[in-house]
Design a protein around this ligand. Sequence first.
Ligand code: PMT
Length: 411
Amino acid sequence: MAAIEPAVAQGRRVVVCVSGGIAAYKAAEVVRALVRCGADVRVAMTPAATRFVGPDTFAALSGHRVLIDLFDASGEVAHVELARGAELAVVVPATADLLARMAYGHAGDAVAATLLTVTCPVLVAPAMHTEMWEHPATRANVDTLERRGVTFVGPERGELSSGDVGIGRMAEPDDIVTAALTLLARGQDLAGRRVVVTAGGTQEPIDPVRFIGNRSSGLMGYTIARAAARRGAKVTLVSGPTNLPPPPGVELVRVRTAEEMHDAVVAVAPDADVIVKAAAVADFRPQKSSPVKLKKAAGPPEVRLEPTVDILAELGAHPELRKPGGLLIGFAAETEADPEALARVAEDKRASKGADVVVANDVGSSDSGFNVPTNRAVIATARGTRDVGLVTKAALAEALIDEIAGLLAEA
Ligand code: PMT
């Protein structure tokens, strides 16, 4: 745990949730290390976990009673008490069964109920046999949880309890503690900051039912907005049409066209410490939009296009539209997977659009860009370029916010 100061855990409430796998014994080391860092650790166990390690072990290490029974006789709603004060929840180990229950929002035992109640960051250390980890059901559950902002540490490839060698071995306690400290350090590093994020694609009407649009699902922007809010920012999300639910605690401004997005962003720009333009804004729109549905029988219409306003370039060229010292962040959508080429584009676009940061992402591969949960990206700042590689959009959002928090702190 060299990189992060253990002191970040001092006095912080961490809930450790233990589920029933052979790796449960390693949870004791995690609890002990977090307590040594000064964290106020509380433990919840599934009934199955108690078959691997006795609750007295965790009670002795944490100095607190362990929550196992949802229907505790004390009269308190114990899992709510436990969840409300938590600044971090660490699930160690997370079995395939618990991941499935988390993904579906089950609350049938103290661990699942606590995890459904917490609003703090959640760190998960899965441990299971390779076949279970690779099963499409587990893959889907992990995707769902990552999309909700859950952070995963491991699993690793190595010897499993069955004696087989493969992926599924729980991360080492030191690595879990390092990941926990990293999340605690991130904490509220955007507290007091106002962040504007744009997301989704715009729709430029041809007539009342047809439009020029694109394949943006909005996921990248929504994930950034959610992560910024979780790290303490007051977030305004200016969104084109999407099927996504609004992230909790975020002010949502719905728009449809590039012009509406322009007006919404310009209205909030003077107060924004950070503007992140993850939306796929139409570059062109029909010169005229028919007020009535165009008839098929009239033959193919001639649709003449005109450019839309480039919102990012306008904000870059006119700093007076923005808060002094505020950061302007653009995305660059490129059909390019090579990190060096992405880095060149990111740097060029940063200069040409007057942005402080540009995230160049690959939109030409099936696992990256539009309408998929992962993204391959390079982040360019004045300090240089950083190849993030192929990661979940949640991980890219956190990496981007790490850069933003660093730049704000320097300023
Ligand atoms: O929504 P998802 O399905 O998750 O997909 C995410 C994404 C691929 C859409 C996202 O990661 C992304 O790349 N967004 C930017 C898409 C884009 O419009 O790229 P661009 O290279 O054409 O534009 C560069 C920048 O200028 C972008 O920040 C864009 O928001 C901005 N722009 C573009 C045109 C315009 N008229 N006004 C703008 O502000």
